[in-house]
Design a protein around this ligand. Sequence first.
Ligand code: GRF
Length: 215
Amino acid sequence: MRAKINLSVLVSGGGSNLQAILDGIDSGTIANARVALVISSNPDAFALTRARKFGVETAVVSAAIFPRESRRTERMSELLSKAKTDAIILAGYMSILPAEIVRAYEGRILNIHPSLIPRHCGKGYYGKRVHRAVLDAGDSESGATVHFVDEGVDTGEIILQRKTPVLPGDTVDALAARVLKVEHEIIVEAVARTCATLSERNAEESAGGADDGTG
Ligand code: GRF
């Protein structure tokens, strides 16, 4: 049996995307993976309650607890390493990931954004502000995007996008709810694909290690 892929999920709020990942692992849609750690930037995030219900280790790394950014980075690195993190998932995470961590896990960090990137993304575009911008722009459709995280904001390579219509008379809340459903679908699909790729890579590496030509 291949070693499970260890996911560390970073959250700040309700944790519905985390819940989708936990349920996706439970149902087998996300194969051969486990959520090893949930880190929240907000001590009151309901996402922490969801994690604890699933017996997942949790931690809070916030500016209130660690005022110095360098200490926050150090603490986050320690936690990710202790959890033997194979991939990091930003699921409603409202802080910016330190560049040092982005570099250390390059190509293995996913983020879910509630719009069709490159529309309505980048600095200042998060949560309901995104849907407000969609409505103000008069867009006829919106959706969600999962992308790899690089050192920019919402600029990494796109993994998966899915559209949903903007309906006449939509309020921000109505559009947010419709997009959130799409987020839950594509975060599970994107995490499943990433875990499958990482499992394959691990298998090749261990096979390659076994056959080091001394046999
Ligand atoms: C979602 O719209 C997500 O795209 C945004 O935060 C919202 C809440 O996510 N980043 P969750 O319920 O905490 O996963």
